[in-house]
Unconditional design. Structure first.
Length: 350
């Protein structure tokens, strides 16, 4: 064992003991990042608007799952009163405790933006995921308004496949004002849903849908122009996995002109049986795995089998300046995972 490996082992052991301490303190045993849609376009019309965004999974190459929305889009109520944003300017997603819980490690932020509506359209408003998401979340801002001003607002949700388990509110609390200052009137946050129905007066929080969901739609009541504006966005948890690019080699030098392939090991653990990885969904730096030479072995000698997948070097969407590369995919359950490791891109003389 060379010094690098033993240092690495020591570091891993320290990381592990930190993990166990954290595990003991929280009720969520699997480490995951909550990722929220970054909305990029939204248009409004009297027939119904349209918005598009991406749930970014690989933050190095900016790839993820496309999300579309068809329904009411309330852009602004006056030039000074901008509601829906797609340019990274929404200040509504706070304070953090309203959108964070033991299963949601981070709430939506300014970059994610928000889609506003107030129930002008009588029909359904529909969010479609390009591929099904396991247990997606909808973050809701300011559903209804405080008592005495207008009636509370009711949302009735539908999904594909149909909602069979009652919806759950998994985070809630007070909400920022539009300018980002804390906080508006209702401090108790979203009330618990009744089946697929949520009613609230100025409620804020996160609603969880159970299952592998490909679209979510909702109707708004009261459906009339004097309705009260509210906003939403969509998120999902992405499990962290540990990977080793070019196992046995460090730094992980990659020559992008190389005709061969890059092996990447995904580390198994007590929480991850690598046999449950849906290999057809795995993507490394923008390219799917090669169909041959997938090896299962215990790369790091911790007793848990690891899997080594291979990726064509010339297909990698990396550039000279990248210092990190990520793998992502799905488990057979539909749970998304992601893991990154350092890379050293070999300089090519032109
Ligand atoms: Ca955006
Ligand atoms: Ca409101
Ligand atoms: Ca390596
Ligand atoms: Ca192992």
């Amino acid at each position: 064992m060379n010094i690098n490996v033993s240092n690495k082992l020591g570091k891993n052991l320290r990381t592990l003991s930190c993990l166990f301490i954290t595990l003991a303190l929280t009720s969520s045993p699997i480490f995951a990042q909550t990722e929220w849609v970054d909305w990029s376009t939204a248009i409004s019309s009297s027939e119904g608007g349209h918005a598009e965004g991406v749930l970014e999974i690989d933050k190095v190459i900016h790839q993820g799952i496309d999300i579309t929305y068809d329904g009411e889009v309330l852009l602004s109520e006056s030039p000074d009163y901008v509601l829906t944003t797609t340019n990274g300017a929404s200040k509504i997603w706070g304070p953090p405790q309203s959108f964070v819980s033991n299963e949601i490690n981070i709430g939506p932020n300014e970059q994610n933006d928000a889609i506003f509506l107030k129930g002008v359209l009588p029909g359904e408003n529909k969010i479609t995921f390009k591929k099904p998401l396991l247990n997606p979340y909808i973050a809701i801002y300011s559903l209804g308004t405080y008592p005495g001003v207008t009636a509370p607002v009711t949302l009735t949700f539908f999904s594909t496949p149909s909602i069979t388990s009652p919806l759950k509110v998994v985070a809630k609390g007070p909400a920022n004002r539009l300018d980002g200052t804390c906080c508006q009137y209702n401090s108790h946050g979203l009330q618990d849903p009744i089946g697929n129905i949520i009613t609230d007066d100025e409620g804020n929080g996160v609603v969880k849908f159970l299952g592998r969901i490909s679209d979510i739609s909702f109707t708004v009541d009261p459906s009339w122009d004097a309705g009260e504006s509210f906003a939403f966005t969509v998120g999902v948890n992405i499990r962290d996995v540990s990977i080793d690019i070019k196992p046995g080699s460090d730094p992980n030098a990659i020559n992008l002109k190389n005709m061969g392939n890059v092996p990447v090991a995904i580390m198994g653990s007590s929480e991850l049986d690598v046999a449950t990885i849906n290999q057809d969904t795995v993507n490394f730096a923008g390219t799917p795995k090669k169909s041959i030479r997938n090896v299962t072995s215990d790369v790091n000698g911790d007793g848990f089998p690891d899997i080594i997948l291979h990726f064509l070097t010339q297909k990698l969407q990396l550039s000279q300046t990248d210092t990190k590369a990520c793998i992502s995919g799905e488990l057979q359950s539909g749970e998304l995972f992601q893991g990154c490791d350092t890379v050293k891109i070999v300089k090519i003389n032109k």
